[in-house]
Design a protein around this ligand. Structure first.
Ligand SMILES: Cc1cc2nc3c(=O)[nH]c(=O)nc-3n(C[C@H](O)[C@H](O)[C@H](O)COP(=O)(O)O)c2cc1C
Length: 207
């Protein structure tokens, strides 16, 4: 793969994976790194990546995902959990995330205040903490998918699932996490499907 655009063109929502082809451990690690290294609002890294490996768990997960075959036929499934309680203003987790920057005390306090006021005016009136964290999870999702494509690896993002069923299956701590989105990785069995996209003029404007 030579360019970012090549990777975007290679990537498609792969519906049929070759169930016999596995991603090697080094490449899987690399894809997870693409997620881990992603940017997030206030640098809160409001995510957790759960790699579902075992056949039994995958089969149960498939049931919670509308029976979609990608869950069992792909090489690896990653469930991206969005953080909830720990990113509320202002928890120890939030403090730790700012503290690690080694800021002078006054700046550290200013960050905490800004975070709390941002939450009050820009998050709470518009969305839940889960929704805000989920937005960050989707940045990681995109980086993982395009990054995988740059390695010649296919993926399928999955929102077609029962959140309640997936959370229950993974025994997610309901105060702290909720499933944001799921993504499968592996190798396509068939040719990639055509990309349908609106023209640039329909979606881009300059002012
Ligand atoms: C957040 C998200 C969730 C999606 N959920 C599913 C899904 O549950 N099952 C599926 O087959 N495709 C799913 N898709 C794939 C989209 O239908 C697909 O990306 C879109 O039609 C554009 O096609 P392309 O990705 O092949 O270019 C999802 C895509 C995104 C971005």
């Amino acid at each position: 793969m030579t360019s970012f655009k090549d990777a975007l063109l290679f990537r498609h929502a792969c519906k049929v994976f070759d169930a016999d082809k596995r991603i090697d451990a080094t490449q899987l690690k690399e894809i997870l790194e693409f997620g881990r290294l992603s940017p997030s609002s206030f640098g809160m890294e409001q995510w957790r990546f759960v790699v579902v490996e075992t056949k039994a768990l995958r089969e149960q997960l498939q049931e919670a995902c509308w029976g979609q075959p990608q869950i069992t036929d792909s090489s690896h499934v990653v469930v991206i959990l969005a953080k909830k309680a720990s990113v509320e203003p202002v928890t120890d987790y939030v403090k730790t995330m700012f503290e690690r920057r080694g800021l002078p005390e006054a700046m550290f306090q200013a960050y905490l205040e800004k975070y709390a006021s941002y939450f009050e005016t820009e998050v709470k009136p518009y969305m839940s903490t889960f929704a805000w964290s989920s937005k960050q999870c989707y940045i990681a999702l995109a980086n993982m998918m395009t990054g995988a494509a740059s390695l010649g690896i296919d993926s399928c993002p999955i929102e077609g699932f029962s959140r309640e069923a997936v959370d229950e299956l993974l025994e997610v701590d309901a105060d702290e996490y909720q499933t944001a989105v799921i993504v499968t990785f592996g190798y396509r069995k068939n040719e990639g499907t055509e990309h349908f996209r609106q023209d640039a003029d329909d979606v881009i404007e300059f002012r």
